[in-house]
Write a protein that binds this ligand. Structure first.
Ligand code: SF4
Length: 382
């Protein structure tokens, strides 16, 4: 069965204070060496179970800031992926880019290398908010980058936005949506800012240097996003994701539908069904150690877990419930040796009665209220 490939590029020009990804601020990065290591890992994974002989349906270059790398490096990685597995003709190939790191030649180079979807971390169009978020780009660069991407032939373009930033108003959020939509992307992701442990913002929060927006302000912003983006032609298909018809991010659907993916690069995670069970494994996080391990042995796996039937059922439910369409109960029972009711009946009835979950025509999905309280609904399935 075709699967998805995630390629992690961990370097950034600066570390944003809210970011908890495996990314590192660097003035220089060992691009040639890191690319060589990724290619070696691809060759090694292409030769072994569980992905040997399977083709790629989506590829995602994420980070970090993959757009720091030259198109030649990205092209070499795509060639290696083709050699290792084969890439389906209609594969979605996405590259995450920081608007402050691209120019016309670079975007043209990515397109020529085979990338067919660009995702820009726009975050906001408000200078004060961009500064607060520690971004290296400004709104003018986002507008220029989107125009250059269109001219370079990218029909598929995503813009990431962030809301619920301290100091942001509802009018700011509406202005960001309007500004993003004006650039005619086919996809917009709109994330609620969170304060994750280990980030600079988390420390600032603990020390009282910043104050999150009140819950009702955050909820009002989320409600505005859920109304305004669909009004502009971007249907909500996941808690934080909106797309024009048929332009949903196929790569991310792999995660939410609990399907198989291979992650390569520093700290990348993979997930596959092996025999009757599921397995997740992950790579060494530190880039220099990742490179050294791969160049020595072909892989840099640093941990793994077998996921038992109950945990697999839980994951299937809370990942699929992120999707607006939820999931078909028949898909659940087709995959597991139990019906949805047998597995979670008592909890499901409670969630349906409290109006957070809807069961209709054989499908299960979150209500509007359930979307707002999604984390507490998911907690019921853990
Ligand atoms: S550019 Fe992206 S990956 Fe890099 S630090 Fe900022 S948010 Fe994190």
């Amino acid at each position: 069965m075709a699967f998805s490939l995630y390629i992690h590029i961990p370097y950034c020009q600066a570390k944003c204070p809210y970011c908890d990804f495996n990314s590192y601020a660097a003035a220089f990065w060992p691009e040639a060496e890191y690319t060589r290591a990724l290619i070696r890992e691809l060759e090694c994974r292409g030769d072994a179970a569980p992905f040997r002989g399977e083709r790629l349906k989506t590829i995602f270059f994420g980070g970090g800031t993959p757009s720091l790398f030259a198109p030649e490096s990205i092209g070499a990685l795509l060639h290696a992926a083709e050699r290792a597995f084969g890439i389906e003709r209609e594969a979605e190939i996405t590259l995450e880019a920081n608007p402050g790191t691209v120019d016309r030649a670079k975007l043209g180079g990515f397109r020529a290398a085979g990338v067919n979807r660009i995702s820009f971390g726009a975050q906001s169009f408000n200078p004060a908010i961009l500064k607060f978020l520690g971004r290296i780009h400004d709104a003018r660069q986002t507008r220029a980058a989107a125009a250059m991407a269109h001219r370079a032939g990218f029909e598929r373009l995503n813009l990431d936005l962030i809301f619920a930033v301290p100091g942001q108003t509802l009018a700011d959020v509406m202005h960001d949506i309007e500004s993003a939509a004006a650039l005619e992307p086919d996809h917009i992701s709109s994330y609620n800012l969170t304060f994750e442990e280990g980030t600079a913002f988390f420390t600032d929060l603990k020390r009282g240097r910043i104050k999150p927006l009140a819950n009702d302000e955050q909820a009002a912003m989320y409600a505005a996003v859920r109304t305004e983006l669909p009004r502009r032609g971007y249907a909500m298909y996941e808690i934080s994701n909106y797309a024009r018809p048929g332009r949903e991010a196929r790569h991310n659907l792999t995660y939410w539908r609990h399907q198989a993916y291979l992650g390569i690069g520093a700290g990348a995670h993979s997930f596959a069904r092996i025999g009757a069970g599921n397995r997740r494994w992950w790579n060494e996080r530190i880039p220099a150690r990742y490179i050294a391990n791969v160049l020595e042995s072909g892989i840099a796996e640093s941990g793994a877990e077998e996921i038992d039937a109950h945990a697999s059922m839980s994951e299937f439910v809370f990942l699929n419930l992120r999707l607006r369409e939820g999931f078909a109960e028949a898909d659940f029972s087709g995959r597991f040796a139990a019906s949805f009711d047998e597995a979670f009946g008592d909890r499901v009835s409670r969630l349906v009665e409290s109006g957070l979950l809807i069961r209709e025509r054989g499908r299960v999905f979150l209500s509007e209220r359930g979307l707002e309280l999604a984390d507490s609904v998911f907690a019921q399935f853990v």
